[in-house]
Design a protein around this ligand. Structure first.
Ligand SMILES: Nc1nc2c(ncn2[C@@H]2O[C@H](COP(=O)(O)OP(=O)(O)OP(=O)(O)O)[C@@H](O)[C@H]2O)c(=O)[nH]1
Ligand SMILES: [Mg+2]
Length: 194
């Protein structure tokens, strides 16, 4: 059976990590998984994660002192991940954890990367404001113009993804800013079929 590492960057998410962990745990019931929190918080998030760790042996944390940045946090999580599949998910429940199960099932069919899209029937952006919508739209279109590998991807600015470890094994990832997925789709070794 394949093992999943769910990488969750956290910045002041004390109110969410316990609920998130419970939802991931029930979504992945029966599947071998670990949750890796990479935390840069200035609130009591690390204490809450430690308490969750004491109840759930599948939870790990790297707390970074004096460092912030979503992209480097995700990269740190990739380095710690021991799974065959790696997922990246926000902590604030904007990404519904139950979807991890279908993403896992997708990868089990042999697919390299699964990106749930906000732009297909039934998709939702979780209530992004108009400015964020515009920035995201422009980033997706610039990406499609510059990078042929993004042309078939409907949601290349998503923060939610699950992929096979092999996709990034030899990739020279220099993740910058918040558009992590574009970077690794361009640098990673995945076959894009849909
Ligand atoms: N480790 C770490 N995590 C971060 C940092 N900034 C944001 N995060 C986490 O990254 C995820 C996405 O951040 P959000 O602030 O929710 O970004 P967003 O969803 O684009 O913005 P909102 O619509 O305001 O929620 C969340 O889990 C945050 O806690 C950071 O500097 N370091
Ligand atoms: Mg958010």
């Amino acid at each position: 059976m394949s093992r999943i590492s769910v990488v969750v960057p956290t910045y002041n998410e004390a109110g969410n990590v316990r609920n998130l962990t419970a939802q991931i745990n029930s979504a992945l019931n029966g599947i071998d998984y670990e949750i890796i929190f990479v935390d840069d918080s200035s609130d009591n998030t690390p204490e809450v994660i430690e308490s969750v760790m004491s109840e759930n042996p599948n939870v790990r944390m790297k707390h970074r002192e004096g460092e912030t940045g979503l992209a480097t946090a995700v990269l740190e999580g990739f380095k710690m991940a021991g799974g065959d599949y790696i997922a990246v998910m926000d902590a604030d429940l904007q990404h519904p954890p139950h979807i991890l199960r279908s993403m896992y099932d997708c990868l089990e069919t042999g697919i390299d990367v699964c990106i749930p899209s906000r732009f297909i029937p039934g998709g939702s952006d979780g209530g992004l404001g108009p400015y964020r919508k515009l920035v995201s739209l422009v980033a997706r279109y610039i990406g499609k113009i510059l990078l042929p590998s993004l042309r078939k991807i409907s949601d290349s600015t998503s923060g939610l993804v699950m992929f096979r470890l092999g996709v990034i094994k030899n990739a020279d990832l220099k993740l910058i800013g918040w558009k992590i997925l574009i970077d690794f789709l361009a640098m990673g070794t995945c076959r894009i079929v849909a």
